[in-house]
Design a protein. Structure first.
Length: 161
């Protein structure tokens, strides 16, 4: 039964904003605590013809440098590239394999109200409980509002420091 930490979109292109950059040392400390058997990173990749660009006029994370992960990556890690909010089914299947008989995963990262939430819903739909470590996430909207949504959907958030 493996303990796994899922780190969502901790990348250079997001880290320049203060609300996000403050999260880098916290997540590095969590990674360096060695309390997990495996680490799964998501890496968002934007494209010039994506819906983010065409419909939202959002052109960040187009360059390789902006897409680079900005926290420590231990040896026992997997990196999943994604082009939208959530994961592809092969990524979910790999997470299930890594978890072994465990059906719970800790989740940290960015944006709590978008990618973290979308991935949490996907995991839940695939019989994996998403334990969102709310103090290790960040968002550009009211975190208390997001916290209420997560509690409503999953019954709780993990408020450990």
């Amino acid at each position: 039964m493996n303990k796994v930490l899922l780190i969502v979109d901790m990348q250079n292109g997001f880290a320049g904003k203060k609300i996000y950059s403050d999260l880098i040392p916290k997540i590095n400390n969590l990674i360096n605590s060695n309390q997990y058997d495996y680490y799964v990173f998501t890496k968002f990749i934007n494209k010039e013809n994506s819906l983010y660009a065409k419909k939202l006029n959002w052109y960040d994370l187009l360059s390789e440098d902006s897409q680079q992960i900005c926290v420590n990556i231990p040896q026992n890690s997997f990196i999943f590239e994604k082009y939208g909010y959530g994961l592809k089914q092969p990524h979910i299947d790999k997470i299930k394999e890594i978890l072994s008989k465990n059906n719970e995963i800790d989740i940290v990262g960015l944006q709590t109200d978008a990618c973290v939430y979308a991935i949490a819903l996907q995991l839940f739909d695939n019989d994996i409980f998403p334990n969102v470590l709310i103090n290790y996430t960040a968002t550009s909207i009211d975190i208390d509002y997001v916290k209420k949504i997560l509690v409503h959907q999953f019954g709780k958030v993990d408020e450990r420091q």
